[in-house]
Structures are given as C-alpha cells and as structure tokens.
Design a protein around this ligand. Sequence first.
Ligand SMILES: [Zn+2]
Length: 75
Amino acid sequence: MVIRTRPTAPRPAPDERIKIMCSADRRTHLVRDVEYGTALADRAGACPALCGHRVVFAAMITPFGPCCRSCAAAP
Ligand SMILES: [Zn+2]
C-alpha cells in the first residue's frame, strides 16, 4: 500500500504580538513576535515596540508593569 502525500505550503506567520516588560520605563509594551525572536537571536537585548519605544528586555520573572497606552491603541 502506497500513501501519497503532498508537502504542505508554509503558512505565512501571523502577526503575533507579545507583551514584553521594559526595564527602562517599567511599562509593558506590545512587540511583534518576529521582532522579539530576531532580537533574541542577535542577543540584542532590546527591540522596537508597536509604539516605537525601544524595549529593553527585563528579566522574565519581572512582573508586568502598567500597559503602554500607545501600544494598546496600535492597530
Ligand atoms: Zn508601547
């Protein structure tokens, strides 16, 4: 018995947004998943948020601070 399968086309990555705590302004910003992943891979320690602020990564155990209103209003 032969089972034929076709490879599936890669799906475009959704525009995922994640909450990241900034150690510089102590606010929680929204960051695109791709930007965050690229910054981690580059060991940059920071990446741009939706509001334009450069988010300096806080330790993962740092509790979230107040949400950035500009990020929350971003489309
Ligand atoms: Zn923001």
